[in-house]
Design a protein. Sequence first.
Length: 384
Amino acid sequence: MGNFYACVVMSRYVVIPAAGSGTRFRAGFENNGNAEVLPKQFLFLSYIIQFFADDGYVDGIVCAVPRGIDFLPQTQKVYFVCGGGNRQASVCNALEKVDEIRRRPSGEFDKKCSVLIHDAARPHISKEIVSKLWELLENGENAVIPAVSPVDSVIVDGSYIDRNSVKLIQTPQGFDFDMIYELHKKYAGREEPDDASLCRLEGIDVSIIEGDIRNKKVTYGGDLSHTIRTGFGFDSHQFSDDPSRQLKLCGICIENHRGLIGVSDADVAIHSVIDAMLGALAMGGIGEHFPESSSSSVNADSAKFLAQINSIAAGKGFVVSNLDVTIICDSPEIRKYKDRMTQRIASILETEIENINIKGKTTEGTIAKDGIIAMANVLLTSVA
């Protein structure tokens, strides 16, 4: 995320206002008889939380959600508070929580604090922009926001103006915590378009950095345009004559069976899944990411490799919507283990069990007599 992290002298928090009703978003679905749609932000909230949680230098994440939302567990570094009557009130509630959790037992603070405020309706976050925001705040800026110029022509009061003079403001927006918290308290009850506008009211300079045109705010149902990508994976390994070699398939150990030859644990099924996901992401094959010549591959747990690839997919905004794995062998009998295999793979990929299908095929001795073959098809869907 940036070399400046090596000299961190401030604490970092993220505030995510997610307490809106999503009325305009739901309106896009009501004509299809599907009016009972969750507020739009809950389509992306888990992904956005994980995005910021993956930054090891963030001290805490506070989400403001509607009252009565009880399916979001409190976890380490992630906190939930009730939202207010509007976005500004929700942000203020979240900032109050940040103020509470950053205090030492003495009631004092141990270091300067900065905060990023990011709308839950913007799922396409850029690591580069987040890194730049933290860096500028670290270097003394009080307020930094990303913005892009419109790509369409702009008319104001019937007259065309230079669109390069117009800026479309995005989030996350970065602030010195004490400053923005005091401004939210001072202007409580007043509804402003965003957090940076409170700085303008006080004559505080706001630095603008280049935003990302992909970082659009999802407002209407029609704003969702999912990208679907598919991938196919294949792998095969021979049985080993080493009695100490353990057989692993889909991340579970198969007792009392010959293992497979390989540099890693030779989990042929997981290797096929990795290749399928890399294919869907257009990122080559497993050997390019986990070469056999690397010491880190020796006796490595293939499940950890798969978790890394899944993290890369999530960073690109993709989740596994469906995975179909076929394991071809005459032994072991896959159906005896498929439930455990399915649960394990679903856990690694952080998806529902219903999205995973694992099946075994015997060959009647025609192929794979001395080993196991695995094939996988995966469907990745963009978060938004």
